[in-house]
Design a protein around this ligand. Structure first.
Ligand SMILES: [Zn+2]
Length: 484
């Protein structure tokens, strides 16, 4: 009878990682990250475990932004339509994705409102007032939901209609140089976040003609997912004076002359989690980087005889780990078998598991299971805490990062010839090709296959060659592949 019950609880198997989206959708459901069954397309419910992961990430960026002198704010969800229309070229491009906020019992005479699609239409009219009040530079951010009507297929946390836990940093400066320096800081902050997530990323310089008219430059972070597709994952934008001119962000310089501000905006959000889940996960479920794991060590007492003694030791081990700054929990549930517990915590991606049973009691050593490599290691009781700390702080993050780097190196290949590159992309890879950065060559490449994402030039990577389209000599390298 008992065995039968167990079988019903035990594994709903994950689809193969080869069908990435199927695997992804199932793993976020089984690990209880989110529930996708909410009745509005492009939205989902954050489950307690998923929210704990997300909030750990949010607290990380809160700290990093605060350290960089960027302060948190909150702007209303409602944005007057007239604010949005101030930026006419933005509005033209964006209006098909906007939601309107209308009173339930409609009254057409009221002022038209839209629901926040992105920060700047709400923020910059306020910037104008703050600058007039003498507040420059301005360095603020908010972490909020933004709303966009996505026509294409939606994917939870990849492409949503409610983009949850989205942060946007917006700054305004008196000089171009100061803005440029600020931009470099935002790039560094992003690199630090990616380091904690143990993910290999590629920095891309967006082509000039893909920028907002008048903007200076943009750096985008790209991650290669296991299915060989490229995921744009965060951007740092040097807006120049483009938005300042639209919103009238002017200050008086030392000579009493009116000048427009220089601005940087940077954004990302739950997509960080998508890459983390996608790159580290495996056929058993999530594999969380220690910095993001709500539980870093799960201790499983294996009850047979001596269960009181075993549970006592399990609690002692947990207490010692906690005293040393490790987030450890004991799963002492008596109605679940050890096997069921292994399964559940494996799916949830807990970095380390310590098993304490009869055998461990007798030999004075504990079995430590590494979720990332699936190794089982016997560790002396006296060495346990030090051993766990070293794994969490150094060895697991290093191994996770190296794995994502190896994947990128294996899947992203360099080709001199665009036809060979496209063949490789068809086989499930991404490609680097030499290119001259001209718009004609860009458009030619993008038109060569459906869904191609020609991201832009790889930052700090050069090679003497000739453009794969027009053969003009160049040292720039384009990252190209299928996108999401
Ligand atoms: Zn060319």
């Amino acid at each position: 009878m008992k065995d039968k019950e167990k079988k019903e609880i035990l594994p709903e198997r994950l689809p193969s990682r080869k069908n990435f989206i199927d695997w992804y959708n199932k793993v976020i459901e089984l690990a209880e990250v989110i529930d996708r069954r909410y009745g509005v397309k492009g939205t989902f419910v954050w489950m307690p475990y998923g929210l704990k992961i997300m909030k750990k990430l949010v607290r990380t960026w809160d700290r990093l932004f605060e350290e960089a002198g960027i302060e948190e704010t909150y702007f209303p969800l409602f944005v007057p339509l007239k604010y949005a229309e101030q930026n006419d070229s933005w509005f033209e491009g964006f209006k098909k994705n906007l939601y309107a906020a209308v009173p339930f019992l409609g009254d057409n005479a009221q002022e038209k409102l839209i629901i926040r699609p992105t920060g700047e239409p709400a923020m910059y009219p306020m910037f104008k007032l703050w600058i007039r009040d003498g507040k420059l530079p301005i360095k603020i951010y908010e972490t909020v939901s933004s709303f966009r009507l996505e026509g294409k297929k939606t994917h939870a946390m990849i492409r949503d209609r409610e983009i949850t836990y989205w942060y946007e940093i917006h700054t305004a400066h008196k000089t171009r140089e100061e803005a440029y320096e600020e931009m470099q800081k935002h790039i560094k902050i992003n690199e630090n976040i990616w380091k904690l997530l143990c993910c290999y990323t590629i920095k891309i310089e967006k082509p000039k003609y893909e920028l907002f008219p008048g903007a200076e430059s943009a750096i985008e972070f790209y991650v290669l997912l296991p299915d060989g597709r490229l995921l744009e994952n965060g951007s740092v934008n040097n807006l120049g004076q483009a938005y300042a001119k639209k919103f009238g962000l002017v200050f008086e310089d030392a000579n009493g002359k009116k000048q427009y501000c220089w601005q940087i905006c940077t954004g990302n959000g739950a997509r960080y989690l998508v890459s983390t889940i996608a790159l580290h996960g495996d056929e058993r479920g999530l594999v969380l980087p220690p910095a993001l794991a709500p539980i870093q060590v799960i201790i499983i007492p294996i009850f047979k005889k001596n269960s009181t003694e075993i549970e006592k030791i399990a609690n002692e081990v947990a207490d010692e780990l906690k005293r040393n700054g490790v987030v450890a929990n004991v799963d002492a549930r008596k109605d679940k078998s050890a096997g069921e517990k292994f399964y559940v915590w494996d799916i949830k991606g807990v970095p380390l598991r310590i098993e304490i049973g009869e055998k461990e009691l007798n030999c004075g050593k504990f079995t430590v299971f590494r979720r990332d490599t699936k190794e089982r290691i016997l560790v002396e009781k006296a060495q346990l805490c030090k051993f766990v700390k070293k794994l969490l702080d150094e060895e697991i993050p290093k191994e996770l990062y190296e794995k994502t780097k190896r994947l990128a190196e294996e899947k992203i290949k360099y080709f001199e010839n665009i036809v060979d590159a496209l063949k490789w992309i068809k086989k499930g890879g991404a490609a680097k090709v030499p290119w001259c950065e001209n718009i004609q060559c860009y458009e030619k490449i993008v038109s060569m296959d459906e869904g191609l994402d020609a991201a832009g030039s790889i930052l700090h990577e050069h090679k003497n060659s000739s453009c794969c389209i027009c053969t003009k000599p160049t040292e720039k390298i384009l990252l190209v592949g299928k996108g999401y």
